[in-house]
Design a protein around this ligand. Structure first.
Ligand code: SF4
Ligand code: SF4
Length: 306
């Protein structure tokens, strides 16, 4: 039986989770930057979702071994922000959030076959500007409340390097943080499949705070929610890619994807929509995992007792 002190600690921790979710939700709801900057005034993103990983989850070190020594662990990212007061990994939490594309943005993009739509290009540009502001807002709000926090992707040292195994890779990976936090798994196209599908973007903050972690429904299996890896079926994302940068034999060809985006979709979006950034994302819609985990991969609910 839990002691009353234990129950009190647990309830305080739950309150902190709700407070973290509230900071993210309120900023999503009220920040003028959460906008596609269209006359309709519509938001860049649908409602956000939050998951939490331990700073000392062994998967962070495992990913560093796989990707390269340049990949920061939560402890290393935190120490860069607070060099005078670094914290041990077990006192850190990684707060990862998902920003889903809106139903209108997904519906537009489903109709296209070779070039991104205006809404998609705007979410990639203006939506990511909002995402950067949200990362900083969350880190600053927690720090002000007495929980020092940093958004690793916003650190001055954030950069891309060549990984021997995976090609171009950044020294903080929002997708790997999201996987460890329980949001979802990787897929044939390398993108993450979350409970809200693949048409999403991520952000994260590392904080010195006591928070209960989110359960990973897929354990440590990095591709559990992709039909191709789980059942050898589907491959719909490969058919959606106009650059043939996804194949069921070799997965995602980062070079072919990079070239198509740099040479075709980015100049097109700049010319036609006046946006910056590097939009494409045709492989993220009109597929079974667009806005959900493929239902065939989620455990069937248990029958009620008779
Ligand atoms: S479209 Fe199919 S093969 Fe591609 S990532 Fe989704 S589930 Fe996997
Ligand atoms: S982002 Fe575009 S080019 Fe890259 S894999 Fe997806 S559809 Fe192909």
């Amino acid at each position: 039986m839990r002691s009353s002190a234990g129950m009190e600690r647990e309830s305080l921790a739950m309150d902190s989770v709700i407070q973290v979710e509230t900071i993210i939700h309120d900023f999503w709801a009220s920040a003028p930057s959460n906008s596609l900057h269209l006359p309709s005034g519509e938001k860049a993103w649908a409602e956000p979702h939050v998951a939490i990983a331990r700073g000392d989850d062994p998967l962070f070190l495992h990913h560093k071994e796989l990707i390269g020594p340049f990949l920061w662990t939560p402890e290393e990212a935190y120490a860069l922000a607070f060099p005078e007061a670094p914290a041990p990994a077990d006192e850190l939490r990684v707060i990862s959030y998902v920003l889903p594309q809106t139903p209108q943005t997904r519906a537009d993009q489903r109709r296209e076959q070779t070039l991104p739509t205006e809404r998609w290009a705007r979410s990639r540009f203006h939506g990511e500007e909002f995402n950067c502001a949200l990362r900083l807002h969350l880190a600053e709000s927690l720090t002000r409340a007495g929980y020092p926090a940093v958004a690793p992707e916003r650190l001055p040292g954030f950069a891309y390097q060549q990984s021997e195994r995976f090609g171009l890779a950044s020294n903080w990976s929002e997708r790997h943080a999201a996987f460890i936090a329980g949001h979802g798994t990787f897929s044939l196209s390398d993108a993450m499949i979350t409970r809200w599908g693949k048409a999403v973007r991520f952000g994260s903050v590392v904080a010195r705070i006591e928070l209960p972690v989110t359960a990973r429904a897929y354990g440590d299996d990095p591709r559990a929610w992709c039909l191709w890896y789980a059942k050898g079926t589907c491959g719909a994302c490969a058919k959606r890619c106009p650059a043939d940068a996804i194949t069921t034999g070799a997965g995602h060809d980062k070079g072919a994807c990079f070239n198509y985006i740099r040479e075709t979709t980015t100049p097109y979006a700049t010319r036609n929509y006046g946006t910056g950034a590097t939009p494409c994302g045709l492989c993220q819609v009109k597929i079974p995992c667009e806005a959900q985990v493929p239902p065939a991969l989620l455990a069937a609910p248990k029958a009620p007792p008779v």
